[in-house]
Design a protein around this ligand. Sequence first.
Ligand code: FRU
Length: 457
Amino acid sequence: MARIASDPDRLLFHVEPELGWLNDPNGLVQIGDTYHIYHQYDPFDAAHGGPVLWNHLTTKDFVTYENHGPVLFPDSDLDSSGAYSGSAFVRDGKIHYFYTGNVKHFDRDDYDYVLTGREQNQIHMVAENPDELGEKRMAVGPVDYPDDIGTHVRDPKILEHDGIYYMVLGARTKDDRGCVLVYTSRDLGVWSYATRIELGEKFGFMWECPDLFELDGELILVCCPQGVPADGWRYRNPHQCVWFPIEADWEAPSFKIVGKGMPPMVDAGFDFYAPQSFEDAAGRRLMIGWSGCPDATAENPTVARGWQCALTVPRELSMRDGKLCQQPAHEIERMRGDCVRTTGGETVEEPGRLFDLVVSCEGAKMVELEIRKGVFVRYADGMLTLDMGDEGYGRDQRSIELGELRDLRVLSDTTMVEIFANGGEAALTSRTYSSAVPAMALHAEGAASMDFYRLAH
Ligand code: FRU
């Protein structure tokens, strides 16, 4: 563990596993002045072979974190093959945790165990404080799923509207179409099936990690459809994270996806999946993603050294002109040193890997930055592209169509970059393992300036 902790590839202001593997953020909640973050964790295998459990961290500032270690284990008949993803919801001073218990059924065939089936149970726990998660109780189980739904039903997330609780669950039909099931409750204890959210045509075989929330007067569904084929610059990872505007009839209830066509990606980078959002005491809707990707073709060289994957920084969400926008939580800016402003060809010498830079470029035709040796962020012909060069470990290029570029922000930790454009209308998150950073220079066709901040941690 000491060897891992001193590895130069460790991130400095992002959550990552002490050892082993990490995936989805879970149970995000603020209690008093403390934010609680749980995540999917396999401490035994950096390549993720074993059952997952929940690890627990706290932070007051999203810059330094206290790690409390594993708290939720797959130790019952309801969750014996994994304590899968879930969420937290506070009501009357009590914390209600919901998560999916994954259960695999095996038969023994000589020396081998043969998988004969599986079930996924939605488990409810009520706790007085976030260190004791409470007793496991089945909230929604296989007998409660509609007949056309298979064995994949998971990742409960709760929304309250006018005193009614809505639980959304990611699901896969028996004929391999992804959708979201909605259950309702008046007390968070007893749930009944209400309706589903789906698209007319097939869009992926399974929708994971649904998150239904109200934001600036609109209802939004974020979810992760698996197995959507690539379409031009869109959907190039094996699985996607997209968002839909939703029209609700709360009385019925029914939830319809508004509009047609290809849903926007929440983040178009190589390493972003399974985000979860929550509202904090200040009324901000903060979203944290998993900086990793299931079945990814891209690799992380740290696996050989005993760990991989991380969480993104929390991002504050807002709706602007019908677009879902994300910006790093303002707490991150406390790490900024002095501002170095460049407007012409000047360079920032020895920028290091820890920086936060903002380019303002109303009307520029082309903008280019080399953020690591051979790794470029480029805006040209209306497209923003992250080009990983030769050091992507299977990552090549990802692009997103922007039209004009107004501003560009690159938040960089040792081995992760989070890129935002046009006030957060577009985001690209990727791991990057090349350690050399050339002198930072802004190349632009047209008027552009850069505010560059080294980050101190
Ligand atoms: C998404 C996911 C969830 C599941 C969890 C298991 O990455 O597959 O659907 O609950 O990870 O670790």
